[in-house]
Design a protein around this ligand. Sequence first.
Ligand code: GP0
Length: 840
Amino acid sequence: TGKEHWPRGDEKVWKEALRGVDKDVPSVTKSFVNHVQTSLARQAYNLDDLGAYQAAALSVRDNLIVNWNETQLNYTRKNPKRAYYLSLEFLMGRTLDNALLNLGLKEEYRDGVKKLGFSIEDILDKERDAALGNGGLGRLAACYLDSGSSTELPLWGYGLRYKYGIFQQLISPEGNQLEAPDPWLENQNPWELPRLDVTYEVRFYGQSERLANGRGIWQGGQEVVAVAYDVMIPGYGTKTTNNLRLWESRPKRGFDLNSFNAGNYEGAVESSNTADAITSVLYPNDHTSFGKELRLKQQYFWTAASLADIIRRFKQQGKPMNQLPDYVAIQLNDTHPTLAIPELMRILIDEEDFGWDQAWSIVTNVFFYTNHTVLPEALEKWPVPLIEHVLPRHLQIIYDINLFFLQAVERKYPNDRERLARMSLIEEGFPKQVRMAHLAAVGSRKVNGVAELHSDLVKTTILKDFVDFEGVSKFSNVTNGITPRRWLDQCNPELSDLITKTLKVEKTVWLKDLAKLKGLIPFAEDAAFRKEWAAIKQRNKERLAHYVQTTLGLTVRTDAMFDVQIKRLHEYKRQTLNILGVIHRYLTLKAMTPEEKKKVNPRVVFFAGKAAPAYYIAKLTIRLIVNVASKINTDPDTKDYLQLYFLPDYSVSLAEVLIPASDISQHISTAGTEASGTSNMKFCLNGGLLLGTVDGANIEIAEEVGESNVFFFGHLTPAVEDLRYQHIYHPVPLEEKCPGLARVIEQVAAGLFGDAEIYEPLLNTIRQTDYYLLSDDFDSYIAALGMVDEAYQDQDEWVKKSIKTTANMGKFSSDRAILEYAESFWNIEPSPVEAPKKAT
Ligand code: GP0
């Protein structure tokens, strides 16, 4: 019959597209079918969803390439000042849906693939996440690129093309986290363009000789080649399609013929192995610094290649190097790219013949440094002997920077030895270490934190001496933001449609001017609107339940409150507080009569997040969560009132399902420890309420949405130091200080969730120093959970809160944040390609 050859879609559409019949066949269909036939060398009858995804991606990519070319041509012609965002992590997630929405082509593709027998949702679901990041810091970089293109700023990203992204997380039946590699490039990546002609050589090791005139000569050692891969970053409703350039390492000589001829086969391929290793894997550590040579090599490889590329582009304009700061601004995302500072000094002095002072003045006008944490274990330090070995010339330059810097400090504060020791770029000890945050602060034009409280803490704690010395105006704040395209329109299309309908403003307008959401406020009082609002939340909960059912085979009840905590596992983020709170609730339920239980509103608690592979306590926390879940989800006394799930392998794509489904989310770090948080913004933008400590951006969210619409608890930042002091010098037995917590811990220790001894090290962190103040915050945490329950009972009021929360989140668009960087730091302006294209 021929039917079996054409199992999908409309045979006529396929045939006409294949024959290239022009009339009536939409261009989307033609381009899709063309890619099936040529790029993929497949045919209609053997095309599966994965193939359809690839064809759709290639076809959408064609559009991006056109815009990308026009964007770059526009920059070359107008030669505006440009900004570069250097980040070791870009947590992009999936691309196809985002590209379709930003190009305004989603509905055309939906119809096009439908006629060919595919569903756009199934196709989108075939894409693998690009997960070249650990968490908040990497996702922030991705949101900023989206906003840079959407506001038409000349902004490029620079990073590394890791062959393996963040590990895949598996959870064993006992509750242990297992790590599997993430070979994300396995089935081809349609979103990158290899630029085999854009290469630079990067040197490691060797000898550095100092000449009398202050210049240095660095030679010998090993040279590795950096090859560029470009990822196109479309703006929303704009032609501007900026570039994210990722470097891959390759051996300079793939094969050492001399060794081979000498019969040393292993030696012949060795250099090739070590060169490849540089960009092989993302380090899976968040908030910890540790002196691994390969990590240092990653940092230098990436900064050296990026700077060489930036300088080559600048020089093409024919301007002298001293004008570099007029055309180039470089944002350092954390201290990871700080070696760019001595590297630019090296280029200016050793290669461009500048004197020290003039070079230093160029450098300190080009760089800008963002700090993301005040946690001591996260502040990068590199052993001096390691830097000396890998980058001998850079160590000399760092020492020179330090010398001139400390001389200036000495002039301002004569005979203040302690101050010099505190401020030095070099920490004394065995070995000595280079303090990267000091180097970044000294070498940059501006230094910023990522939320008001955090920026204040940077100024009053880790960089206080620098504020005293250089004046406060160099230090400022840019509160983080999130892109409303991915984090509302894309992940919550029904809510986006309802907002468009209600505001009577095109979504192309309000998604770029998020303050327009304020127009929703009056509708909080509109019962019909509330009903629609609540129905969408309900369907998003069902979508999540469906995900859990299909991936884990577990049935989640959707008539319950959904309570979500999703983020990296870390003691300071206090997933432990949450799980101990869940156990407290369980024990309370167990003690209730059936009559009492009837008044309880059911609650489903979700956790997701990865632990650093070597972070023992964090892994134990996962284990406890998993084992508590298996106990309480099967306990007939409680399972109708309390369910608990740990969803494995947290990712951007999983966040896109979880966030729109949440009624309440938890952001419960010890006060003063979470720099900003960004998922807090995502939940609130989607009408989820916030349960949190007075920390990071939680504070600014409460300022915007009103304190009556958030649930705050716990001690405040100024109290923390004293409480820690009390723990050590005036300890009070836990049973006395916090009997509720003591009872919970007793039950865990007694084996209520199995494995009694296994949890001892975790429980001891609380019984002993309790550095993260669980015993101080537990009671107010439990009280806050009770307030959440009570508020949820009044659904009308709850939905009003939800609407008002979304309505007041305009400030947290990453468009606002990126424009602050552009205006107050980089001094760059939008450079539109042409009249913006209409998106739908
Ligand atoms: C900060 F220092 N952040 C670090 C780090 O190593 N990794 C990381 O993700 C995060 C902060 O914890 C944050 O508060 C912040 O919002 C984010 O950087 C972006 O500034 C939580 O996501």
